[in-house]
Design a protein around this ligand. Structure first.
Ligand code: HEC
Ligand code: HEC
Ligand code: HEC
Ligand code: HEC
Ligand code: HEC
Ligand code: HEC
Ligand code: HEC
Length: 355
């Protein structure tokens, strides 16, 4: 069987189109179905960056995207599609409900998208000016300045942040199955387009590369306190929290804490009040409030109940009871503003109700 799980329906359609239109990234001469290596650029599943990096004189990855002599007329720099998004969707199917965009709409019944980093739709960044108002960014998408994939991701895996643990499971073909933990950079640029400096780790400072006005400290606009390089904890930069290093409850039903990654767990979304030694002096990072929607802290105050632990039993939100059901942050979310929980339920994850 050629058409493995990770090849979405829409892609099969693209492959079929390739029979009549000889202008696609991989070699469309029979066998028509792409082999694993045509997309992965290497033995599938062995490198989380697939064709996006690990280039050697002995690999043959460039041609998975750039066709040297047969790129379509509408394409740019020898890419298979006329837009960056089109190039990415070529393999990361954006409509079949397997990926990071289009997943909510593809569900039956469809789930409403309440927040998104929309592609090729806008260049206005809410909270993008240091005073707290919106800013207009000069991004890389169509009309030359709308937001697109490569404003956050480096297609070649160049100058990317340090590897971190993500929530999402990618394929049931994985040797580790759904439990496989992908630790990688996600190709996140150290300097997202419009940011003015490099960040080496994924955390508040990375988001603030575009959303400058959502940091707290240094005379910025008034915001909920956020841990970042302009609002360092008492221990200084060396003890600053970021996605791969936060204070989180040790396990279910306890108020003790430990330090570790926010990924593949729900334990970092609550903060016992009164604070523990690990938390004292530390403010939350953006992703402790803005991440995939999930249920935490709703049974016992500022704790994760045994019914609220991280649960992933199917790919791409197929099972409604999974917690988080969707792992599409920061692409799309069923919650407004990508909030982990809505209304007071968010605040009560970390604050005892005032008397
Ligand atoms: C049409 C392009 C394409 C082909 C052909 C393809 N893959 Fe994939 N594969 C992908 C993409 C894109 C992803 C990432 C999926 C995602 O993020 O939703 C992926 C993900 C995977 C993963 C998950 C790896 C991880 O880091 O968790 C495995 C395993 C995998 N593929 C195996 C295979 C095997 C085996 C074959 C050949 C039988 C194959 N793939 C053929 C595009 C392809
Ligand atoms: C996953 C798809 C993909 C692969 C694989 C890939 N590229 Fe690219 N490449 C792109 C995209 C997308 C752009 C446009 C980048 C942008 O506008 O930000 C690009 C741009 C370029 C450019 C123009 C300059 C630049 O950096 O923007 C060159 C040169 C280039 N690629 C060479 C290569 C070479 C050489 C390889 C193999 C070692 C390679 N690419 C592999 C997707 C890819
Ligand atoms: C030729 C097929 C192909 C194209 C085109 C492509 N990708 Fe990928 N991409 C893959 C495969 C295969 C993987 C590896 C999946 C795995 O093994 O986990 C991957 C992985 C990724 C990852 C995860 C990297 C990591 O380190 O965990 C990101 C992010 C990504 N791609 C974004 C993009 C973007 C943005 C574009 C458009 C500029 C794009 N891709 C175009 C095939 C492709
Ligand atoms: C490359 C620039 C860039 C980066 C990096 C970035 N954003 Fe955004 N953000 C935008 C733009 C542009 C919009 C407007 C998107 C739209 O209207 O579809 C936006 C919108 C938002 C929204 C409002 C979404 C809605 O639908 O109401 C939130 C919340 C947000 N971003 C949070 C974050 C967080 C958290 C991070 C870090 C994980 C982040 N952003 C990283 C550019 C960026
Ligand atoms: C505003 C910035 C931003 C934009 C725009 C964006 N991404 Fe991402 N993307 C991220 C971040 C941040 C992550 C890591 C999320 C995590 O693991 O918690 C990510 C993760 C991913 C992953 C890896 C998911 C996994 O399984 O680990 C893929 C694939 C991906 N993005 C593809 C795309 C494609 C394709 C586009 C455009 C159609 C796009 N992204 C646009 C910020 C962005
Ligand atoms: C304590 C929780 C919390 C933290 C931490 C947090 N936010 Fe928010 N954010 C919210 C809530 C709640 C909203 C909903 C609208 C509101 O109340 O202003 C929001 C709204 C937003 C919006 C969209 C509306 C607007 O006014 O701009 C953006 C963009 C945003 N946040 C970005 C960020 C970034 C970037 C960070 C980190 C630098 C961050 N947030 C940290 C809770 C938080
Ligand atoms: C992820 C944990 C977390 C969430 C969620 C959260 N907070 Fe906080 N909040 C903190 C921490 C940590 C501080 C720093 C002081 C402390 O330890 O209480 C803080 C401080 C505050 C302060 C004092 C601000 C100052 O300048 O001293 C207020 C007011 C506040 N939060 C309100 C809220 C509201 C309202 C919400 C819901 C929209 C919320 N918080 C959600 C963790 C959180």
């Amino acid at each position: 069987m050629f058409l493995k799980r990770c090849m979405p329906i829409a892609l099969i359609a693209i492959v079929m189109v390739a029979i009549v239109s000889p202008a696609h990234a991989y070699d469309e001469i029979p066998p028509v179905n792409p082999d694993c290596i045509d997309c992965h650029g290497t033995a599938a599943g062995t490198e989380p960056a697939g064709p996006h990096g690990g280039y050697l004189t002995t690999t043959n990855k460039c041609v998975t995207c750039h066709t040297v002599h047969r790129a379509p007329a509408g394409g740019t720099i020898l890419l298979p599609a006329a837009t960056i998004k089109g190039t990415c969707d070529f393999c990361h199917d954006g409509t079949g409900g397997k990926g990071v965009y289009g997943v909510l709409a593809a569900k039956i019944p469809a789930v409403t998208v309440a927040a998104a980093h929309r592609i090729d739709t806008t260049n206005v960044v809410p909270g993008g000016s240091s005073g707290g108002g919106s800013a207009t960014g000069d991004f890389s998408g169509i009309t030359t300045d709308y937001l697109t994939c490569s404003d956050c991701h480096s297609p070649h895996g160049a100058n990317v942040v340090a590897a971190f643990t993500g929530d999402r499971a990618r394929s049931t073909d994985d040797a580790g199955g759904l439990g496989n933990v992908v630790v990688s950079s996600r190709l996140l640029r150290k300097r997202p387009v419009t940011a003015t400096g490099d960040v080496t780790v994924y955390g508040s400072d990375w988001c603030a590369g575009c959303h400058k006005g959502r940091l707290s400290g240094s005379g910025m606009a008034s915001n909920h306190p956020v841990e970042s390089s302009v609002n360092l904890p008492p221990g200084g930069a060396a003890s600053m929290h970021y996605y791969q290093y936060v204070a989180k409850v040790t396990t279910a039903d306890v108020s003790t804490t430990t330090k570790g990654t926010l990924g593949k767990s729900n334990y970092g979304y609550v903060m016992p009040d009164p604070r523990t030694a690990d938390q004292t002096g530390h403010d939350p990072i953006c992703q402790q409030c803005h991440e995939d929607a999930r249920s935490v802290g709703n049974v016992h105050p500022q704790q994760v109940d045994s019914t609220e632990v991280f649960t992933l039993t199917a790919l791409d939100g197929a099972v409604t009871g999974d917690n988080p059901r969707f792992q599409t942050f920061p692409h799309e979310s069923p919650n407004t503003f990508f909030l982990v929980e809505l209304n007071d339920s968010l605040c009560l994850n970390c604050h005892a109700p005032p008397p």
